[in-house]
Structures are given as structure tokens and as C-alpha cells.
Design a protein around this ligand. Structure first.
Ligand code: SIN
Length: 281
């Protein structure tokens, strides 16, 4: 097995079969995951049961409340775009499940059907983004908490805007009542990562709705500043999918965005999300 670091962050793990990985190699993969925040595999042939078994080695599986599930395996959330659909899932910068009181550790995404070109996923390292902040901004955010919510994305009001059309939404996202009922949660703006001990920015454009105790304008201004900073190309890595590819990202250390540049073609990905830990500043 070889672990090859990307130019910016993340690492590609080569010459390994995840269906049969032994404890020694698993420990090396785990170390790379903790250090890098995202790891990538090629030429894998995991079936659904093997995908689930690999995920369970990292922790308990979170059964997604909003995504359509695989018909035979509820642990697997379907991330699909049909040729006639316009919107993709995950097409804006976000980190999965920051709206939960105990946010997810990470997500393991397996490519099942890819368009002939495009449909790549871009990742941004929130470790690098934090390290690159000016010292005064690090000090300013050290004790701040941000408010996160799922309602504006998965709630009934948000879904009503798109649910009328298979062209936009279809039945890929559901259960808006669960999002409506989900209380807003707060997390540190800069967390200390539960596995690596490193600091990372933990606000994201998808699910962060403000800074605790701050008014809307001041919240927006700080979030805009943090987002503009975090999207610098030197903190990003674009993963080019091929048949047999798998990406595994740490939701506490990265953001991601799925490119929606393959209209007229089908893309099907299988995602398993793993439960995480309560976050501290
Ligand atoms: C996601 O946002 O979890 C999906 C990413 C992708 O489809 O590339």
C-alpha cells in the first residue's frame, strides 16, 4: 500500500483493497485520514455490504434522515442526478451534518455511475484555512460559537420551492418534518479537532446561519470574511472521479462541493456517513 499526498491537502491511497484491508494497513489509512482530513482510493470493487462493513470500522453509521436511501441498504444514502434533472445534491459549499448537536465524523462516497465528463468534487481544508487566518482574526473567533440549522435546506418551506418539479428535485430529498423539528445548534467557530487536536474553521456556507449573540448584519459580515478566506485555491483539492473511486472526508476538517457540470447525463454515488463526537473550542 502507498499513501501519496496531494499538492494542497488530502492523500491518495494506492495498492490497497478496502474489502480486505488488514489491521496494519487500516491503521496507516486512519493516520492519513486524521492528518489530511480527506483520503481517496482508486480501483475499488466494494459492493454495498462491503461499503457498509468498511464504514463500520470507523464508527456507528448515521442513517440519513433526508436523502433517499438505497432500497436494500438503509445505511446508504443515494446521491443521484438523473439526466433530466437540473439540480444536483451538494452543489454548494457545505460540510455534512453540521446542523446536528453531535455532527458526523465523516462521509464515505463510492462512485457507482459517472457521467462521461465532469461531476468532480472539490474539497477545502479547514485546517489550512484556519492556519492561514491573520492572528487577530484567530483571536476574534477563539471563543465564538456559530448557529447551524437544516431547516433552510431540508425543511418544508425550502422543499416547497423545488418539490413541485422532478426537473429540480424529484424524490431525492424528503422528510421535511424532521428538519422543521430539528432545533438550531451551536458549535465553536474554530474547533479543536477531536482526533487530530488541530484547530479548524467550523462554519460553512450550507448550514451556518449566524454567530451566537450577534445581529444578522455583523454575523453575515464575519461569515462572509471567513468564507472568502477559506475558498483560496491553496486550501482546495479537486477530486476527479473514475470508476472504482472512493472519497472519504472528515466533516470536521473540510468542506466540499459537487460540481454540477454534466447536464443530460446520470451520476449515482453511494454515501455512508459516520457518527462523530461533540465539538469543543
Ligand atoms: C455530498 O455533498 O455529500 C455529495 C458530494 C458529491 O456528490 O460529490
Amino acid at each position: 500500500m502507498r499513501i501519496i499526498e496531494n499538492d494542497t491537502f488530502g492523500a491518495e491511497v494506492r495498492d490497497v483493497d478496502l474489502a480486505r484491508i488488514d489491521e496494519h494497513d487500516f491503521a496507516l489509512v486512519r493516520e492519513a485520514f486524521v492528518r489530511q482530513g480527506a483520503i481517496f482510493f482508486r480501483d475499488q470493487e466494494l459492493d454495498e455490504a462491503q461499503h457498509i462493513a468498511f464504514a463500520r470500522r470507523w464508527g456507528a453509521i448515521n442513517i440519513n434522515r433526508f436523502f433517499k436511501a438505497h432500497p436494500a441498504h438503509p445505511e446508504i444514502a443515494l446521491v443521484v442526478k438523473e439526466p433530466w434533472q437540473q439540480d444536483n445534491i451538494g452543489g454548494g459549499w457545505h460540510t455534512d451534518h453540521s446542523y446536528d448537536a453531535v455532527p458526523a465524523l465523516g462521509s464515505i462516497l463510492v462512485a457507482r455511475e459517472l457521467p462521461p465528463a465532469g461531476g468532480d468534487t472539490v474539497f477545502a481544508s479547514m485546517y489550512l484555512a484556519y492556519d492561514g487566518l491573520p492572528e487577530n482574526l484567530k483571536r476574534e473567533i477563539a471563543t465564538l460559537k456559530a448557529v447551524h440549522s437544516a431547516r433552510h435546506v431540508f425543511g418544508s418551506y425550502a422543499r416547497a420551492q423545488v418539490a413541485d418539479s422532478d426537473f429540480r428535485s424529484g424524490d431525492r430529498i424528503g422528510n421535511p418534518a424532521a428538519a422543521d423539528a430539528l432545533a438550531e445548534v451551536t458549535h465553536p467557530v474554530a474547533l479543536v479537532h477531536p482526533l487530530s487536536g488541530k484547530r479548524a474553521i467550523y462554519v460553512n456556507p450550507g448550514f451556518t446561519i449566524g454567530i451566537e449573540g450577534w445581529d444578522e448584519d455583523a454575523s453575515k459580515q464575519l461569515l462572509r470574511e471567513l468564507y472568502a478566506h477559506s475558498l483560496a485555491p491553496e486550501f482546495a483539492h479537486e477530486f476527479k472521479w473514475k470508476p472504482g473511486s472512493i472519497a472519504f472526508w472528515d466533516n470536521r476538517a473540510t468542506w466540499h462541493l459537487a460540481r454540477n457540470d454534466y447536464h443530460g447525463h446520470r451520476r449515482e454515488m453511494h454515501r455512508i456517513t459516520i457518527e462523530g463526537d461533540r465539538l469543543v473550542a
